[in-house]
Each structure stands twice: as C-alpha cells, then as structure tokens.
Write a protein that binds this ligand. Structure first.
Ligand code: GLN
Ligand code: ZN
Length: 713
C-alpha cells in the first residue's frame, strides 16, 4: 500500500467559481439545455478543480466530491436505494431531489450543524441494496485521463445509515461497500475516503459497536484500497479508539473543533485537519504547527478540518473588499495553499495579527413585565379582533424588484428612483392586505435581498462579498456576510420603510427584524471572540433598532429567529449552555420595548422538540411557527406556551392554493388544543418565493376561514 500523501483536503466546492453548475442545472431543468450540456459543465468543473489543486501543490487529490445535487443522494444511488416510485421517471436522480409533477421529492434536511442541506435517503422494507459504482469509477478514470490519481470520497456506511435512520440494515449495506472496495482496487485506486461525520456526535454503545464491526469487516476485505475514515465537524471522542482498533489505515480528525487525540495512533496515519473548512480566516500557523507536532501517529498528513464545500472559492475574486480585511481571509484556494505550506515547512507562514478588541460584557436583559400585564396593555393599544390574521413578513420578490436593486447597486438607477420603486411595492402590498382583510399588516420586505445580508449591509463590523457563494442545496447558494469586527449600528435600518408602511394604513403594521442568533448563524463569524459575545454585540444592535421602531410609533415588532436550532452544538453536554445564552441574547434584543409594544417571533420548522423550551423562553408575546406543512404535529407540543401562538395554516413551500375549508380545518384543530384568545392565523413562513397570484388567492382563503371561525366564537 502506498503511503498516504502528505497533504490533502477532504473535499472542495463544486458549484463553480461563477456558479456555473447552478446555471447549467437550472437550464437543464427548464429544458433550455440538454443532459449532454449539463454533463459537460460537470466535467469542466471537475477538471478545473483537479488542475487547480495540483497547481497549488496539493498531493492527495480527492474525487467523487463533485455532485450534480448532493453527495448523500449520490450515496443512495451508489447503494441502489432508489425508492420504486421514482424508478420509472425520466430522471430518477432529479426526481428524488426535486420531485416531478406527480411525485413529491425526498425530504431534505440540514447536514449536521452546517447550512448545507442533504437529501434524506428513504430506506424501507422494500429497499434492496445493490451496488452501482458508475459515478466514483468514472471520476477516477476521468481524472486519470487528465493525469491525476485521485482518492474517491464516499459517505461512510454508518453515517449513511444513521442519516436514513436505518442502522439495522448495516449488514446488507456493508456487502455493497465490500464490492465497491473490490471494484476500486481493480481500478488501481490506492486510497478511498469514507466520511463518518456522524461519529462526532453523541453515539450509543450499540452505535459504536456498529462502527467497530463495520470497519473490522471492511478492513478485512481481500483486495481493497487503503481505508481512510474521516471524522469531522467536531471531536471524534470515544469513536476514535474504536476506529483505531480496526484495520483502517488512516483516520481523519478535526483539530480545529476537536482536540489532539489523546491516544497513541502509532500504527496509523492521522489526517490532521488543522485548516478550518468552516470559516473564512487564515490559519494561525503556530496553532496549526503546534497541533501537528502534538499528534502521536505513525504518519501525519496535513489536511482541512472538513470538506471545503462550506467556504467560497477565492478571496481574489473579491476586489471590493478592504485590503486589510483581505489579508485576514482565506477561502478554498487560500486554504489549499495553507495546507500545502504547512505540509512543506514548519517555518512557513506567519500568523496574522488578530484584531484586538474590547470584550463587551453582556448585560443582563432587564425584564419586561409579566405576560399578563403585557397582554392587557397590548389589548388596549392594539384592539385586535379574536383570531387575528397576519403574515410572516415577506411578500413575493418580483424579478422587476430584483432588477431594480441590481441597477441601484450598479449605479444605473438612482438611489432616489430605487427608493420610490420600493415605496411603490410597499404601497401595493399594504393595499392588497387591506383588501384581503388581514388584521395585522407587514410592509413586505421589498428592500431586502435576504433577511441576514440586508442587516449585514447596514451594520458596522460586517463585510459582504461579491462572489462568495456557498452551496446551500442543489443549485441554491447563499452568500454569507463576513462578521469580522465589533458590531454596531451606525443609524436606524428599517425604520424608514416600516413607518412608511404604517403611514398608509390605520391597521397596525409589524416592524420586521432578524434576530441576533440568526444573523450570526448565517454569517461567517470572527474567531477571536467567543460566539456568545459576538451574538450579544448583534443583540445590542437589534435592541437599538427595536427601540427606534417603537419610538417611531410601531406597535408590533417581529424579531425572527429561524436559525435558533442551527447553532445547537452536536454534543448534548454543550447544548444547555448554548440555549441559555442564545435565549438571553434574544431577550436582550427585545426587552428594550415597553409592555404595550407587542413582540412577535417566528420559526420556520416544527421538528424542534429539542429546543421547544428555549422557544418558549424567548418570551415573545406571539410566536408564529410552521405547522401546516407538517400536518399540525406541533400543536400538542406548544400547547403549554402561555402566550400568543400562530401555528401556520398555509404551507407556503408549495405553489398550491389551500381552500378556505382546509385552512378552517387546521384552525379547528388548533382551537381544539389552544385557548381561542391566544390563537393567531398566519402562513407557515414568509411569502417571498411565491407569486402574487398564489399569495392573493391563498390569503383570501386564510381570511375567510379566520372570519368564519371568529363568528362562531
Ligand atoms: N420575515 C421573514 C420573511 O417573511 C422570515 C423568513 C424566515 O423565517 N426564514 O421572509
Ligand atoms: Zn420562516
């Protein structure tokens, strides 16, 4: 077996430096391009990545890190886990990913604690596992034709089955992996990488036993490549000695988020992840070299802590960024160069000076009054009917609006004309809501490109990129802002638009803000301060905005916190501490409002059992939460929330218009568990991805249903 290369990365971005894959996919899906054209784009992107990694001096090149949609879906296909109903569609792969006219897609959920979303494999009694190794084999051959030997990267059997909640199928799946190893060996592949990030979360003794038996079995295959099992996104902890006891030759450990392994791995290669794949900062050389020196292993390879999928391509594609900030940044290209430099010389690289900043002392939130007092004060102030109908904030973002924003940014539309355009949109949305008969209105968020980026653009301490796209799922990318310094709010951000909307109507309009945890969760964050302190800085900026909205006459302020669950640590012993400070940051942001100002919050999902107590502890006067999409399952769990609650009655993820009767049925179910005086009527989430036509028809039915039930009260 050839020794493991001295430098590698666990994976690389694949959407393309100019989002070439996104465009190619969308053209193919729309019927504007052929499958051949799509495949050609894929091949070009793969070739370009291998060429670039080799040019940068990286020794161990990965393959099979490219995907047309998602690596977990690729693994399902590799193992033959394609549910029968998709098999006869034109394109089963994309049918599973995106659905067809008739078939719903497979479920999608977050990849560990990242903002990447994977397709959840569906494994049932009818699943017959059967290896289809075409993709990894063809990528190996494709790279070889270009002159590169590569290491195929595949989701490991334990992680794959845990994600599918089907660990009881391990035996069958291992049969496929054995065949795969044989096929790769026959192809002349030297090493294979099996990704097992699930091992950095808490695992039961039975699950650890499954890890042991899986890798003992794969390790004892007759002819096979070298086995490299990669753990990442945290400390592999108690899984590491288990893996170390198997014949696996190389172990990947995340030395950015996890500690240097305490055990002596003398017989193994340790692939040491010292360059972070989760942030955009340059690697402090001493820290990395210190960690590398501390590893006790037969051989140490320098690597990234995880795949670079989670960072943008290249800092050099950002001419607009301040040069002092740029010196501190490393995107995928720069991180590869760091890996190479670290592998070549212990003296290479100097640590960048960390910005020195004063630590803000988080101030305890002075409480608002008890809910009963707030509710009484708000009832007099707001005079709402029972079962008030409202929406979550955004209205459809039209192509025209996006074009106007782009023109304003490019300077071809004057700021004044752009603002007039936004005002016209606000007026349209307000009039529409009045016509529909909603009780609490919104301004529709037409001025926002994104609920986080918009605030980042208006706060000090943040930078936004021009090309820093990161894949979120399939063809979807986000451009996370970079929180690099102390955060402050130079001037009011939303007051102008909120008060304009309020000036048009006698109905109350909600001021609409993004919460501190969500702003931080969807940004790249400085690493020289504890996350908690960063969140509190943002909370203080939000707090100022809340106060200014109130002072400007807004009677209701909504502070969304849809990402509350996202920062939840993977290990249970760290979760309580996180939830404690996340909740207190939210309360810090909202507690500057007086009792008669009604605070709303919103969360986009309902499978939030772990954090329901925290959502309750946010102490918002009204909580709107997804419910329609998941068939009202949340109702039992939120019954105990002693304040206003709006379980969604309209699933906005679908273009379908729900009938008034369907909405009324969901409302009746809500009223069966919650006291009517606390119930709000609203969609599951914001409306920005829908068309005006769909929204208007759906909201008309929502209002009809609310009125019908109101009259029976
Ligand atoms: N207020 C935001 C909107 O309606 C909330 C979005 C979200 O929850 N993700 O778009
Ligand atoms: Zn939402």
């Amino acid at each position: 077996m050839s020794p493991f290369p001295t430098s590698t990365v666990l994976g690389y971005p694949r959407i393309g430096p100019r989002r070439e894959l996104k465009r190619a996919l969308e053209s193919y899906w729309d019927g504007r391009a052929t499958r051949d054209e799509l495949d050609r784009t894929g091949a070009e992107l793969r070739a370009r990545t291998w060429r670039r990694l080799a040019e940068l001096g990286l020794e161990g090149l990965p393959s099979n890190t490219f995907s047309m949609y998602d690596q977990v879906l690729d693994t399902a296909v590799l193992l033959g886990a394609v549910p029968a109903r998709y098999r006869d569609t034109d394109d089963p792969y994309f049918a599973m990913a995106r659905g067809t006219g008739e078939l719903a897609p497979l479920r999608m959920t977050k990849w560990f604690d990242t903002n990447y979303h994977y397709i959840v494999p569906e494994i049932g009694p009818g699943t017959v596992f059967k290896l289809d190794a075409a993709k990894p084999l063809s990528e190996v051959r494709e790279a070889r034709a270009l002159g590169y030997e590569t290491r195929p990267v595949i989701v490991g059997p334990v992680t794959f089955l845990l994600l599918a909640s089907a660990l009881d199928r391990l035996d069958e799946v291992l049969g496929c992996y054995e065949e795969l190893l044989a096929a790769l060996a026959a192809e002349g592949v030297g090493w294979v990488q099996l990704d097992e990030p699930a091992l950095v979360a808490d695992r039961t003794p039975e699950e650890r036993a499954a890890v042991r038996s899986a890798y003992e079995r794969l390790g004892s295959c007759g002819t096979r490549p070298g086995l490299f099992v990669a753990t990442y996104f945290g400390d592999a902890g108690e899984a590491l000695p288990v893996l170390a006891g198997t014949p696996v030759e190389a172990l990947g450990v995340d030395l950015v988020r996890g500690g240097v392994p305490e055990i002596d791995l003398a017989g193994k290669t340790v692939v040491a992840g010292v360059v972070s794949g989760r942030d955009v900062w340059r690697t402090p050389a001493e820290r990395a070299l210190g960690a590398l020196a501390a590893v006790r292993a037969g051989r140490v390879t320098v690597s990234t802590s995880c795949s670079l999928l989670h960072v943008p391509y290249d800092v050099e594609a950002e001419p607009g960024l301040d040069s002092r900030l740029k010196e501190r940044l490393a995107f995928a290209e720069q991180k590869v160069a760091e890996v190479v430099a670290l592998s070549r010389s212990p003296f290479h690289g100097t640590a960048p000076a960390a910005a020195s900043v004063a630590r803000p002392a988080p101030v305890a939130a002075e409480g608002r009054g008890p809910y009963a007092e707030r509710a009484a004060a708000q009832a007099g102030h707001l005079r709402l009917p029972p079962l008030p109908a409202t929406t979550i904030g955004s209205f459809p973002q039209t192509g025209e609006l996006r074009a106007a924003r782009a023109a304003a940014a490019a300077g071809t539309l004057s700021q004044q004309d752009y603002e007039r355009r936004v005002e016209a949109e606000i007026e349209r949305v307000v009039r529409m809501q009045e016509r529909l008969g909603l009780d609490v209105l919104v301004h529709g968020e037409p001025e926002r490109n994104d609920m986080v980026q918009y605030f980042a653009e208006h706060l000090d301490g943040f930078a936004v990129t021009a090309n820093g796209w990161v894949q979120s799922y399939g063809s979807r990318c986000t451009r996370p802002p970079i929180l690099y310094g102390d955060v402050s709010r130079p001037s009011p951000i939303t007051v102008r638009w909120a008060t304009y909307a309020q000036s048009l109507t006698d109905k109350p309009v909600k001021g609409m803000l993004t919460g501190p945890v969500t702003i931080v969760a969807w940004s790249f964050v400085r690493d020289d301060l504890p996350l908690r302190d960063v969140v509190f800085q943002v909370a203080d900026a939000v707090r100022e905005e809340v106060r200014d909205l109130e002072a400007a006459g807004m009677k209701i302020i909504q502070v969304d916190e849809p990402a509350l669950r996202e920062l939840l640590p993977l290990r249970r012993d760290a979760q309580a501490d996180y939830l404690e400070w996340a909740v207190s940051a939210y309360r810090r942001a909202t507690s500057g409002a007086s009792d008669r100002t009604q605070i709303h919050t919103h969360l986009c999902y309902s499978d939030a059992d772990q954090i329901l107590a925290a959502i309750d502890a946010l102490d918002a006067d009204v909580t709107t939460i997804e419910s329609a999409r998941s068939g009202g399952r949340i109702l039992g769990a939120v019954e105990s929330f002693g304040r206003g609650l709006g379980p969604g009655v309209y699933d906005i993820h679908s273009p379908r218009v729900p009938s008034a009767e369907e909405v009324a049925e969901l409302l009746r179910r809500t009223l069966a568990v919650l006291p009517a005086e606390r119930v709000w009527v609203n969609p599951d989430c914001g409306l920005k991805t829908r068309t005006y036509e769909q929204v208007e028809a759906s909201l008309a039915n929502v209002v009809t249903a609310a009125r019908e039930l109101r009259h029976r009260m």
